[in-house]
Ligand binder design. Structure first.
Ligand code: NAD
Length: 261
């Protein structure tokens, strides 16, 4: 299948590692030009050089804290209109209601919730003028399979799923698609950090993350690979998915609806 992404341009937020990096690579393999955004310049620059050398595409880098309104605005100014926006940056902390204080909760939502909403609003306006574009939000199955131990994440993601569905039901009137991906537990740096933490809590040693994963009884006996999310993203952005809008595709091997007895 030919995805017809060559020569188009995508903004990917949180592209320095994990799922965002994998999405950037999948798009680069399709010769899609990229604008990569994250907090730290060096990993972004290294990735940009690698993708430019391998695939001959144009890659720009945009350093900034996307939890800050000024940096969100600057990213949009720097990139100008683009064909695709992948809202991926996010880092909502684990914890129950009494573990997550007001300041922590708001800071996390400034990035993952308001960041996605504000960037979507700005790029949506630009896309409306051109009557084309796709906004793809990387959300999470915690918004469906609610988790009191990740309460700020579950609550925020549930809202973003509603946001994505509502906006994506209206956006086709302006030639735009808005959709999301709900990744299951995906093997990224952030998840490896979390597994070390859980392993320490449970076994008194940080190096038994594999046992923590085994106990989750995940489909196919493993986490999702970030590349699997990247490939789904490339497909959903492409004209091959031209009639998909206002919905969220789950990539979790069936975990969301798996029962335990
Ligand atoms: P990660 O921590 O490995 O990567 C996060 C990326 O976001 C990095 O590039 C980081 O620099 C960037 N980032 C973080 N804070 C930022 C800020 N303030 N400003 C700009 N950039 C910032 O995370 P990941 O596991 O790859 O997760 C990526 C997205 O996928 C997140 O939104 C996360 O909620 C979502 N998600 C992840 C999983 C999973 O299991 N890994 C599951 C469901 C959803």
């Amino acid at each position: 299948m030919h995805l017809e992404l060559e020569g188009r341009r995508a903004v990917v937020t949180g592209a320095s590692r994990g799922i965002g990096r994998a999405i950037a690579k999948s798009l680069a393999e399709e010769r899609c030009n990229l604008a990569l955004a994250a907090r730290s310049e060096e990993p972004l620059r290294n990735l940009a050089d690698e993708l430019n050398n391998c695939f001959g595409i144009s890659v720009t880098t945009h350093r900034g804290d996307l939890g800050q309104r000024a940096d969100q605005d600057r990213l949009v100014r720097e990139t100008g209109p683009v064909d695709f926006v992948v809202n991926n940056a996010g880092a909502i902390p684990q914890g129950e209601l009494e573990d997550v204080d007001d300041e922590t909760w708001r800071k996390a939502w400034d990035l993952k919730v308001y960041g996605i909403i504000n960037l979507s609003r700005q790029y949506y306006t630009l896309m409306k003028q051109r009557r084309s574009g796709v906004i793809l939000n990387i959300l999470g199955m915690a918004g469906v399979r609610l988790n009191a131990r990740y309460i700020a994440g579950s609550t925020g993601t549930a809202g973003l799923i509603a946001f994505t569905r509502a906006l994506g039901s209206r956006s086709p009137d302006f030639g735009i698609r808005v959709l999301g991906i709900n990744p299951g537990l995906t093997d990224t740096d952030r998840v490896q950090e979390l597994l070390r933490h859980r392993s320490l809590e449970r076994f008194g040693s940080a190096d038994r993350g594999d046992e923590v994963v085994a106990d989750l009884n995940l489909p196919f006996g493993r986490m999702a690979r970030s590349r699997e999310i990247g490939e789904m993203a490339a497909f959903l952005l492409s004209p091959r998915a031209a009639y998909v809008s206002g919905d969220v595709v789950t990539v979790d091997g069936g975990f969301t609806h798996r029962t335990f007895f």
